[in-house]
Design a protein. Structure first.
Length: 202
């Protein structure tokens, strides 16, 4: 019976860590904040790479799905910090969260030292109480090669904002749609314009 209990614990551990990105591994990680873990008032998601925030940020009155969301305010302006370790040049990361509330939300991708790399996507403040999705896309630049990429949310305003349903996609490179049945476009350029274009290229 003890062995069975230990086996279940081990299986639960590996199941909960199945969406942890390691160097050279790609996939999708989704976290709806339903499987929270706490150590010394710090809250993690299913993956140990996902640091959700402090215990007072967990909120249950305003949620998009399930029982939990987090509230960002001037006292606790940051949350949902996910680390993608050891990224490589040209790899593609797409993150998204859902949010509501009068405050502003910024979704950030950054190096530990922002002067090396910093990208953000900022919400548009509205008067409605509807949940809205905020997305951010990043193609890893050479300055971030073999570095850890941090994804997190931030509320720079004085009003609260509620955040739920974090998702991140990690791919070797960005894929673009193929247009096989579209006719070719022919461009006609004046000779003088072509000469000017070639001069600029050189």
């Amino acid at each position: 019976m003890v062995r069975l209990g230990l086996l279940l614990v081990i299986l639960f551990f590996f199941a909960s860590c199945s969406n942890i990105f390691k160097s050279g591994e790609y996939g999708i990680y989704n976290d709806n904040l339903e499987n929270l873990r706490g150590i010394d008032s710090k809250i993690n998601g299913r993956s140990p790479n996902f640091k959700i925030g402090d215990l007072p940020q967990v909120h249950r009155d305003t949620v998009k799905s399930g029982k939990n969301a987090i509230r960002l305010n001037p006292q606790y302006p940051y949350g949902m910090n996910y680390t993608v370790p050891n990224v490589r040049t040209d790899e593609f990361v797409q993150a998204s969260v859902w949010y509501t509330g009068p405050g502003q939300l910024v979704l950030v991708a950054s190096h530990d030292d922002a002067k090396y790399f910093y990208r953000k996507s900022t919400s548009i403040e509205t008067e409605t109480d509807e949940w809205k999705e905020l997305k951010l896309e990043v193609s890893v630049p050479p300055t971030m090669n073999k570095e850890d990429l941090k994804i997190y949310v931030w509320n720079p305003s004085r009003n609260p904002v509620y955040v739920d349903d974090f998702s991140i996609s990690y791919e070797k490179y960005k894929t673009y749609p193929e247009y096989k049945n579209v006719k070719a476009i022919h461009l006609l350029i004046d000779t003088l314009d072509m000469m000017r274009l070639e001069r600029k290229r050189n």
